[in-house]
Design a protein around this ligand. Structure first.
Ligand SMILES: CC(=O)N[C@@H](CCC[C@H](N)C(=O)O)C(=O)O
Length: 372
């Protein structure tokens, strides 16, 4: 198994990012590679744009699953890499190209060297939205082939290559998307008294929103409300009839998530009243927290600590979200951060992870599976 080949695979995948449930080229690329492996122990199935690959163990006492997400983000790549995205306005800006190539590396090893335990590789679509984990869990395949354990990793730009960061219990937050459409009455810029300006209404709303975390959430129970996109109007001298606000909510507890949503509904009502307009709220895709099984995570952390040239960081929980939380709510396991040492972070157009993390992670996961 040549470590360079998985770096090359990552580069190929990096060139063709696709959005959630549109990952047809990615699925085909993955399938072509998987079908080129020795097939003796493998069973391959597809689900929408995702893939399941079962590796039959030699003396299995359980099935251990490894999940890699496969979708990209709707963002412009700003690197000068020779293998930068060829899909305009789309980028693997969250490292799923790394996640896939590492999964293929581990799968390749076990296709060539039969594992003791049976393994299930899950290539999951739509992690960035609208969420592939939940419907995948409800698929006939996973209803009939429930793994006993499940693990996954996520790249971490802030940590050096050779480090693994995780913790027992809560690792990632609960999330909810947020989309609000404001509708009023447009008009001529010079006659504001004849119109209801949705640029002004939505701007007031975004400002008021900031009071939720500051004034309605217990400071010891973290929450985040981020508006990532705001759009509205048609021209600089036309009063806007429509405006749309798009964001995401993050909380460590579900009670805070309910509280944040309730406060948003009240503030929107106030805007409707105050600006004589109509608004609709859509909370989009909601992900449950990533909660690592304590005993299995501790065992993995001990394994990492015992491994040469690998540093374990016991990290704090993060306000990132991951629909892998749905898998962990039903199947015991854990997620961990993999250090990739990038100056620019996740969801940055300049994200440039160190590819040396790929062979490192393949070796780490192979050794961990062999230790089970
Ligand atoms: C690890 C990571 O960056 N995950 C994403 C998950 C997105 C969840 C959902 N689409 C949302 O925007 O709320 C993240 O943004 O944390």
């Amino acid at each position: 198994m040549m470590s360079n080949s998985f770096i090359n695979i990552r580069r190929k995948l990096h060139e063709i990012p696709e959005l959630g449930f549109e990952e047809t080229k990615t699925q085909q690329y993955l399938l072509t590679y998987i079908e080129s492996l020795p097939q003796q122990y493998l069973t391959i199935d597809t689900w929408k744009t995702g893939i399941f690959v079962k590796v039959a163990g030699s003396a299995p006492s359980k099935v251990v699953a490894y999940r890699a997400d496969i979708d990209g983000l709707p963002m412009v790549e700003e690197t000068n890499l020779s293998f930068k995205s060829t899909h305009e306005g789309k980028m693997h800006g969250c490292g799923h190209d790394f996640h896939m190539s590492i999964a293929l590396g581990v799968l390749t090893y076990f296709a060539e060297n039969q594992p003791k335990e049976s393994l299930l590789f899950i290539f999951q679509p739509a992690e960035e939205g609208p969420g592939g984990a939940k419907p995948m869990l409800e698929s006939d395949y996973l209803k009939n082939n429930r793994p006993d354990r499940i693990i996954a990793l996520h790249i971490a730009p802030e940590y050096p290559v050779g480090t693994v960061a995780t913790k027992e219990g809560l690792l990632f937050a609960n999330t909810s998307e947020l989309f609000i459409d404001f509708k009023g009455k447009g008009g001529h810029a010079a006659y504001p008294h004849t119109a209801n300006d949705m640029v002004v209404a939505s701007s007031h709303f975004v400002t008021q929103l900031q009071s939720i975390v500051a004034r309605n959430i217990n400071p010891l129970d973290s929450a985040v409300v981020t508006i990532g996109k705001i759009s509205g109007g048609t021209k600089q001298n036309i009063i806007a009839e429509n405006a749309r606000v798009e964001g995401t909510l993050r909380t460590l507890s579900m009670s805070s998530m309910h509280n944040v949503k309730k406060r948003i509904a009240s503030l929107v009502k106030g805007i409707e009243e105050g600006f004589d307009c109509c608004a609709t709220i859509d909370f989009g895709a909601n992900y449950c927290q990533v909660y690592n099984n304590e005993a299995i995570t501790r065992q993995f952390m001990n394994f990492v600590e015992s491994r040469k040239c690998t540093e374990l960081i016991e990290c704090k929980e993060a306000m990132t979200g991951e629909d892998f939380g749905y898998f962990l709510a039903e199947i015991p396991g854990f997620m961990f951060w993999l250090g990739v040492n990038s100056e620019h972070g996740l969801h940055s157009g300049k994200l440039n992870p160190d590819e040396e993390a790929i062979p490192f992670a393949i070796g780490l996961v192979v050794d961990y599976f062999k230790s089970l």
